[in-house]
Design a protein around this ligand. Structure first.
Ligand SMILES: C[S@@+](CC[C@H](N)C(=O)[O-])C[C@H]1O[C@@H](n2cnc3c(N)ncnc32)[C@H](O)[C@@H]1O
Length: 292
């Protein structure tokens, strides 16, 4: 069995070069279905990813694979597309990835708890949640703050992503020791149990708070989420065109409850204004509050 490094070298060596015209077809298909734009610099990445997948399927020509994704039966097209999307999207993530954003979330949830009645529940949505580190971080923070205030947690997290394999990893909630050991020790002891020397799993009480679901943000108009108190969407829109980012952010804003907050990645959306939103002044964070 060759090592991963050997396999990678082998796949690059055996990757056939794609005509520019073909590349543009693949770029357009990816953008139309996911919103992601694939720059010219990522042509080799596309060639390698497609070649690896085509070899698994026994397909030789890029055009034949393209046809399978576009012309095949609805079910087979959808299944194959879901595998490919997982290979082509960037899933990099980590717990409490952008500390300033979490500092604002902490302030927001504390304010929510102080201003609402004891039985009022907080609804959180992690959009583009990848393998789950983001929704679990939000859930840990909410759990801590509610428990300190009321002795009981009143919140739920909806976590959505386009990639099904990524969502199934997120649902399992199993992470490497290297990742989990970066979390504050008190949180780690409370919300994870050690499976073995290499892995930890999120405890069921926290996993049960999160509803993972597949959702393509291009289909937000059909999404059932409403009246969310906190929407967190980071490191996904960076791959989208400017007009599309603004359209998606406007659609997310419509899903906020009055007073609800939308947290984006710093610099991910520029020049954005919405009549129902006001910018939240907080250092190193891009966030908006829906006016009451
Ligand atoms: C880089 S990860 C960001 C994860 C997390 N939000 C963070 O900041 O750490 C981007 C995620 O967006 C997802 N994604 C890309 N296009 C999408 C789309 N059209 N609809 C929903 N999710 C999408 C990818 O599958 C991936 O999991």
């Amino acid at each position: 069995m060759p090592s991963a490094a050997v396999t990678d070298r082998w796949s690059i060596k055996n990757t056939q070069s794609m005509e520019q015209e073909q590349f543009e077809l693949w770029q357009a298909l990816l953008e139309e279905r996911t919103g992601m734009t694939l720059s010219q610099e990522r042509k080799i990445f596309l060639e390698t990813s497609l070649s690896v997948r085509m070899r698994e399927l026994g397909i030789v020509e890029y055009d034949d694979y393209y046809e399978q994704l576009v012309v095949g039966s609805t079910e087979s097209k959808a299944m194959e597309w879901s595998v490919l999307v997982d290979r082509l999207t960037v899933q990099e993530t980590s717990f409490f990835r952008h500390p300033s954003s979490y500092a604002l979330v902490e302030e927001y949830i504390s304010g929510f708890i102080a201003s609402k009645g004891k039985s009022e529940s907080l609804d959180v949505w992690s959009v583009g949640c990848s393998t789950g580190e983001e929704p679990y971080s939000l859930a840990m923070m909410a759990s801590e703050l509610f428990t300190q205030a009321h002795g009981k947690a009143y919140f739920g997290v909806t976590a959505t992503d386009i990639s099904l394999p990524t969502l199934s990893k997120a649902r399992r909630g199993v992470y490497s020791a290297r990742k989990v050991e970066q979390i504050d020790v008190q949180l780690r002891e409370q919300y994870f149990h050690k499976l073995n020397d290499r892995e930890y799993q999120v405890v069921d009480v926290l996993r049960d708070r999160i509803c993972f679901a597949r959702l393509n943000v291009l289909d937000l108009a059909r999404a059932p989420m409403q009246n969310m108190d906190l929407i967190f969407c980071q490191n996904m829109l960076i791959y989208f065109r400017r007009w599309r980012k603004k359209q998606i952010v406007a659609r997310l804003a419509e899903r906020l409850a009055p007073g609800g907050m939308l947290v984006l990645g710093l610099g991910e959306v520029t020049d954005f204004h919405h009549p129902n939103l006001e910018r939240v002044p907080f250092a190193d964070v891009l966030a908006y509050r829906r006016k009451d």
